[in-house]
Design a protein around this ligand. Structure first.
Ligand SMILES: Cc1ncc(COP(=O)(O)O)c(C=O)c1O
Length: 393
């Protein structure tokens, strides 16, 4: 089979799963009305599959900042951070992230994906080891593969398995990077950070935590799982993205280790790509400011999360273990998940459909993402429709 035939075979397999006319992946959103509503085809739908956790996509402060940046600095930087792409805004945002995490320094990357790629490849290489959770995001896997380090996986959130593997590493632990996530993107559950830190302190190693889904969501000021657990100082490197609670695009790494800055000279995903546009940086700075002041947003978010999680649980759905903004109904077969996804869309609710191999343990997921801008009535409506559709799964 040649290269093009291999793609044909993959397309045929996808078609067999999704009947003609069902574009469950990459569905075109024709118009966006607000943080919670949009038009798909001729339907006005409720958006319940975005990562807009604080509901800030239309925040006037962010829109104003982006407009001003375009007017003053143009549409793009046309160069890498290493060359002509480090404007004062990029550097200011780095200071603001470092300040937010009370850390010495931070680095801004062009996407959250590149923040993981850039941090991991900057820290480890051939001969080193990465010890990662089996359910890690693709950006973590890809960073590990690109680094050339030996990849060892422990079972998702399984501390007995993690300890076994740490123990086996022996003296290699000195050059081992341990990686976990604040909130896992598939089931919405949290890493057992206290136990991970305890194992790290016992055996050694360097710890990186990806707070992509937990920034703005967990902790008193929204720092993430490090704040919720009081373990900020025990984590060596924190990565995250601007594309979820901060409603733009880009990524960051913060650390107290002065060596973080060395990544700027060795990390290809930092060096060989254009820097985020001035508008992106300006709206991210405005969003970070709102996030820092945004206790009321977090309170509203959690109110909505608990409300929907409880409704779905009471309706008999099998869900991930922790309530939170990512609420995934776990379904046995792709066909059941597809049918539920289609019926939700027919009822004007857009959620994410996740099929194997993207979903853990061969299951399929119908994943909802709750945000602070959803109203009580919207959440009630979603709960009612899910309850009516329960017999489909
Ligand atoms: C855990 C995790 N890390 C990193 C990323 C990459 O972020 P971005 O999409 O902003 O590049 C994602 C995106 O979904 C994610 O879920």
């Amino acid at each position: 089979m040649n290269l093009l035939e291999k793609l044909d075979a993959a397309a045929a397999a996808r078609k067999a799963l999704l009947p003609d006319g069902v574009g469950a992946f990459g569905i075109p959103i024709e118009e966006v009305y607000s943080a919670t509503e949009a038009r798909i085809g001729d339907r006005r739908v409720l958006l319940l599959g975005t990562n807009n956790y604080l509901g800030l996509t239309f925040a006037p402060e962010c829109i104003r900042a982006a407009h001003e940046a375009i007017d003053n600095e143009g549409t793009g930087t046309t160069g890498s951070r290493m060359a002509n792409g480090s404007y004062s805004g990029h550097r200011a945002l780095e200071r603001e992230f470092a300040d937010f995490y009370q850390c010495n320094s931070s680095i801004v990357f062009t996407t959250g994906y590149q923040a993981n790629l850039g941090t991991i490849t900057g820290l480890v290489g051939p001969g080193d080891t990465v010890l990662i959770d089996g359910d890690s995001h693709a950006s973590i896997y890809d960073g590990c593969i690109l680094s050339g380090a030996d990849i060892i996986r422990f079972k998702h959130n399984d501390m007995i398995d993690m300890e076994k593997r740490l123990h086996r590493l022996g003296s290699r632990v000195e050059t081992t990077l341990i990686i976990a996530e604040g909130i896992y993107s598939m089931l919405g559950d949290q890493a057992p950070l206290a136990e991970i830190v305890k194992l790290k302190n016992t055996y050694g190693g360097t710890l990186l935590l990806d707070e992509a889904h937990s920034l703005g969501v967990l902790g008193e000021t929204g720092q993430g799982l490090v704040e919720k657990t009081g373990l900020l100082k025990d984590v060596d490197f924190i990565t995250g993205t601007f594309s979820k609670s901060l409603c733009s695009i880009g990524g960051f790494c913060v650390s107290n280790h002065p060596q973080l800055n060395q990544l700027r000279y060795v990390s290809h995903p930092y060096i060989f790509t254009a820097s985020p546009s001035p508008a992106t940086i300006a709206s991210t700075r405005a969003a970070l400011e709102l996030l820092r002041k945004g206790n009321h947003l977090r309170t509203q978010l959690w109110h909505n999360c608990i409300q929907l999680y409880t409704r779905l649980k009471d309706a008999g759905y099998v869900l991930g273990p922790d309530p939170g903004p990512v609420i995934a109904a776990i379904v046995d077969t792709p066909q059941q998940a597809l049918l539920l996804w289609q019926k939700l869309l027919e009822n004007n609710i857009y959620v994410n459909l996740i099929l194997p191999p993207a979903a853990p343990e061969g299951k399929s997921l119908v994943r909802c993402s709750v945000n602070a801008a959803h109203t009580y009535e919207q959440i009630q409506y979603v709960g009612d429709v899910f309850s009516r559709l329960r017999s489909l799964t």
